[in-house]
Design a protein around this ligand. Structure first.
Ligand code: CP
Ligand code: NVA
Length: 309
């Protein structure tokens, strides 16, 4: 059973399915889980801004009776004012768990090595596990897993795509992605996912042509071209991602009524057009909502042993 959530790889197939079921329960009957985190204080160590991650975790923890302390870049200055391992050992004496949003994935694993309690990855350069869990929960609410929906990701091969590929691998799902050549997902993560896929029957296919990735797809997913921390690369990335926009022409190449997904924030006019964002099959705010429920399920499991056994 997982005791932290730093990578999707921390979860087994069975655990992911049980988290979906628990999250559905939490969504249907939030009042039944009111006091489960009572007396527990959580730290949020965030090196980057956040709307969804910070607010959904905070709302979820309050709803379950816990408390939160936000530690932004100016407060702790991880690795600058003090070494990561020292901060971890200090916070270990005060907090029940932490959610971390860092530039480097290493910072989270280093912190975990010196912190005895649960650590949750709220986005690093490598992964965004809470997002990908909420996304697959949402996709399966719309198209049940038994129907084997094809998810096509078009955009940058980084954190969000990595976690989506790993969830797909674990669940035996079909995922295709199209990225520019220079922005393919991390080869090691793809290798790991393909290894897992051998056992689960997942189908993971990479393309450079977005039209090929979306052909016949049930859902199209995109993410910003310029991620947090990449602002200096903005001009170059906008150029490198030409032809990767999720617009009406691309959507027309997928199945009729294809679902539109995005982790948000969206940069309209860049990776997605305004008209696609506003189209009737766009389910981005359902994904947003499910961040709350799936994260509550993760917390419930981590702090009430056996919640998903
Ligand atoms: N999708 C997501 O993680 O949003 P925030 O950056 O606003 O937390
Ligand atoms: N890839 C984006 C995801 C934001 C939720 C970023 O890292 O900024």
């Amino acid at each position: 059973m997982f005791d932290s959530l730093i990578s999707i790889n921390d979860l087994s197939t069975d655990e992911i399915k049980k988290l979906f079921a628990l999250a559905a329960d939490l969504k249907a009957r939030p009042q039944d889980f009111r006091n489960v985190l009572e007396g527990r204080m959580f730290g949020f160590i965030f090196e980057k801004p956040s709307t969804r991650t910070w607010v959904s975790f905070q709302a979820g923890i309050f709803a379950m009776g816990g408390g939160v302390i936000y530690l932004g870049p100016e407060d702790i200055q991880l690795g600058v004012r003090e070494e990561v391992r020292d901060v971890a050992r200090v916070l270990n004496r005060y907090l029940a768990g932490v959610v971390m949003r860092t530039f480097s994935h290493w910072t989270i694993t280093e912190f975990r090595d010196y912190f005895d309690k649960p650590v949750i990855n709220g986005l690093s350069d490598k992964e965004h596990p809470c997002q990908a869990l909420a996304d697959y929960m949402t996709l399966y609410e719309k198209i049940p897993a038994e129907k084997d929906p094809v998810l096509a990701f078009v955009g940058d091969g980084n954190n969000v795509l990595h976690s989506l590929i790993l969830v797909a691998a674990k669940l035996g799902a079909k995922i295709r992605y199209a990225t520019p050549k220079k922005y393919q997902p991390d080869a090691k993560i793809v290798r790991t996912a393909r290894e897992i896929a051998k056992k689960t029957g997942a189908v993971i296919e990479g393309f450079f042509d977005p039209a090929r990735a979306v052909a016949g797809a049930d859902a199209i997913y995109t993410d910003v071209w310029v991620s947090m921390g990449e602002e200096a690369m903005r001009k170059k990335k906008l150029k490198d991602f030409q032809g990767m926009q999720v617009n009406r022409e691309l959507v027309a190449k997928a199945r009729k009524n294809v679902l539109i997904m995005h982790c948000l924030p969206a940069h309209r006019g860049e990776e997605i057009t305004d008209s696609v964002m506003e189209s009737k099959n766009c389910i981005v705010f359902d994904e947003t909502e499910n961040r709350l429920h799936i994260q509550k399920a993760v917390l419930l499991h981590l702090f009430n042993e056996g919640a998903i056994q």
